[in-house]
Structure formats: structure tokens, C-alpha cells
Design a protein around this ligand. Structure first.
Ligand code: F6P
Length: 361
């Protein structure tokens, strides 16, 4: 096999396990005698002249990187290249600059580690500019189709479950209702998994309509059993029962979900008379050491990505299905967005365990 030079970038929000995936790609490529070029801060690194890159050598990625959160390459979830925001307030199609930089670097292929938004961009660039793209799925939201798990989800759920473990004793000490607001964007996977694993009484997810009365009924029922506390997990994208979406505006006018926990806190207090507190977990779910499971799938995805390149199979995504790492067309994964299936066995499990979704009765 001839010596190849491949590129790798992490795109979109970071999560735990990205470094494990980068390491796996570098080790697998090194095994074939190839060179790996790390592109810094996702596509932003390719806008620079010269491009911001770091040559990744197997020897440099010692045993510590596998355990570290974040991404050694940096990332961004801004700067849409087809309508790039310019300083004068206009937008400009800068996609060709990225394509030119890829070819200038002499890359044979590009490994993109991202979620559905990142892959929509990278795939369009690949098609426009003859980039040999291979993908690795990552997102704590676990909303990418065709894969049972994406890098970062397991760690996020583990962190959120530990938060419930810590909230339960303090809730019991003060006779309180504790609300935990978790991330997940438009999908309720983190809340559902955390609520079951952490013994919640109520789980609220965007996929299942709820009412304050439904939530209050469950909390009162818990109290009637003689238990003095209750645990509620809510996804950040859950709306007010009126349908109003709660968002927070950050720097640069960027809007993100946030505020449903505080809203529910006031509503639950009013409806049940219970002393109620809210914890918003936020980016804690993305940082820290990856769980074994995230390291495992990240390693498998990284090795698979290099195999795909060696086989000349491009526009493919490494995915986890039926205990195996296999590959599917990137397009299929993007198209099949995966929200929580309200008829899934996990929703059924929660209901069987007596967990309420605050259903509108
Ligand atoms: O998609 C990952 C995610 O963490 C979502 O769960 C969350 O809504 C969003 O990103 C937060 O984005 P940012 O890091 O830009 O605040």
C-alpha cells in the first residue's frame, strides 16, 4: 500500500471520547505507514493561510490522551462555509477556500468526527470539491440515525446519572423535589436514559406532551406513599405546556435551549406546595474523562475509518449496530434523525417502573 497522507478534524460541540477516536485513527494509519494531519478547530483551521494543522504522530499520543476529555484538535460549531458571516455583516460562500486548502495539504482523505449538522456541511464540501470523506459519529444528544450510539452519549448519561445520585440524598434531607435539567438538544435520549438509571419519578422529554397537572399528580402520589422527596429529569428542549420554547441568548446572538428547569420549579411549587430546587447540568455533561464505553466505540470507529480509506470506500460513516462496528452511507445517517421513539422499549420500561412522563390525561 502506498504511503498516504490523511486529514482529521473534530467538528461541532465537543464531547468526551473525541481524543480516543483521534488516537485510534492515528495509530491505525501509522500501522499502515501513513501520515495523519490534524486540522485545528475544524474547518476554521483550513481558512487560515497556511492552514492551522498539527502533524499527529503515534509516538506523541501516549497512554494519557485516551483518558482525556475535550479534543486535542479544538473544534467549532460556527462558521457555515456556504454563507460565512463576514465582519461587515454580510455573508459569503467560502467553501472553495476549504476545498483548495484540503488539496494543497496533499490529503488523500479526510476523517470528519461530527454530528448531523457537521456531516451535512462536510458532505457538501466533499461532493463539491472531490474530498474523500469518511465519518465518525459523535454527539452527546445521540440523535444521529443509523447508529445505536455516538461518541459522548454514554459519558453524558453517566455524568447526569451521577448528578441524580448526588441530588437524591440532599433532596431526602430537606423534603424537596429536585429537578435536573439535562442537555440533548431536540431529542430526549439523555433525559430518558438518566431518568431510568438514576431512579427518577418524572421524566420530561420533548417527544412526549406533558401537563403540570400530570407532573403534580405523580409528585403527590410519591408523597402519599410516605416518601419525602421526588426526582424530576427534564430535557432542555421541553417546551412550556403552552408550546412556548425556552431559550437563552448567548454572546454573538447565539440562542441555546435553557430555562425549562426554572420554569418547572415555580410551577411544581405552586401545584404541589413542595419545596423545589433546580440543577442545570450544562456543559459538565460534555467534559471530563470518557467512560469505557465511549473509549471503546471511539477506538472501534477510528480503526474502521482507516480501514474504509484503505478500501477506497468514501462517503461512509462508521456506526455501531448489533454489537459490531459497520459502515453506512453518511447521507442515510443524516437523513434518519433519531428522536426518542415513544413506543420504544426504554419508554415502556420507564412506564412499567412507574416513572411518569407527566402525560396529559
Ligand atoms: O449538541 C450538543 C449540545 O451540547 C446540545 O446538547 C446543547 O443544546 C448544545 O450542544 C449546546 O451548545 P453550545 O456548546 O454552543 O452551548
Amino acid at each position: 500500500m502506498s504511503k498516504k497522507r490523511i486529514g482529521i478534524l473534530t467538528s461541532g460541540g465537543d464531547c468526551a471520547g473525541l481524543n480516543a477516536a483521534i488516537r485510534a485513527v492515528v495509530l491505525a494509519a501509522d500501522n499502515k505507514g501513513w501520515e495523519t494531519v490534524g486540522i485545528l478547530h475544524s474547518t476554521a483551521g483550513l481558512f487560515e493561510d497556511p492552514p492551522h494543522i498539527r502533524i499527529l504522530r503515534a509516538d506523541d499520543l501516549d497512554g494519557t490522551i485516551l483518558r482525556r476529555g475535550g479534543t486535542l484538535l479544538g473544534t467549532t460549531n460556527k462558521g457555515y462555509p456556504f454563507a460565512y458571516p463576514m465582519p461587515d455583516g454580510t455573508t459569503k460562500d467560502r467553501s472553495q477556500e476549504l476545498i483548495d486548502a484540503y488539496h494543497k495539504l496533499g490529503l488523500h482523505a479526510l476523517v470528519g468526527i461530527g454530528g448531523d449538522g457537521s456531516f451535512a456541511i462536510l458532505r457538501r464540501l466533499a461532493q463539491q470539491g472531490g474530498i474523500n470523506l469518511v465519518g465518525i459519529p459523535k454527539t452527546i444528544d445521540n440523535d444521529l440515525g443509523m447508529t445505536e450510539s455516538s461518541i459522548g452519549f454514554d459519558t453524558a448519561v453517566t455524568v447526569a446519572t451521577e448528578a441524580l445520585d448526588r441530588l437524591q440524598p440532599t433532596a431526602a434531607s430537606h423534603d424537596r423535589v429536585m429537578i435536573l435539567e439535562v442537555m440533548g438538544r431536540d431529542a430526549g435520549h439523555i433525559a430518558l436514559a438518566t431518568g431510568i438509571a438514576g431512579g427518577a419519578d418524572v421524566i420530561l422529554i420533548p417527544e412526549i406532551p406533558y401537563s403540570i397537572e400530570g407532573v403534580a399528580k405523580k409528585i403527590k402520589a410519591v408523597k402519599d406513599t410516605g416518601r419525602n422527596f421526588a426526582l424530576v429529569v427534564v430535557s432542555e428542549a421541553v417546551k412550556k405546556p403552552t408550546g412556548e420554547c425556552l431559550q437563552i441568548e448567548h454572546s454573538g446572538g447565539e440562542k441555546r435551549y435553557g430555562g425549562i428547569g426554572a420554569y418547572l420549579c415555580a410551577q411544581i411549587t405552586a401545584a404541589t406546595g413542595s419545596e423545589t430546587r433546580v440543577t442545570v447540568l450544562g456543559h459538565v455533561q460534555r467534559g471530563g474523562a470518557p467512560t469505557y464505553s465511549d473509549r471503546l466505540i471511539a477506538s472501534a470507529f477510528g480503526a474502521k475509518a482507516v480501514e474504509l480509506i484503505a478500501a477506497g470506500k468514501f462517503d461512509r460513516l462508521a456506526v455501531w449496530r448489533n454489537r459490531e462496528v459497520v459502515d453506512v452511507p453518511i447521507e442515510d445517517a443524516i437523513k434518519s434523525y433519531q428522536a426518542v421513539d415513544v413506543n420504544s422499549s426504554l419508554v415502556h420500561t420507564a412506564r412499567t417502573l412507574g416513572i411518569s412522563f407527566g402525560d396529559v390525561s
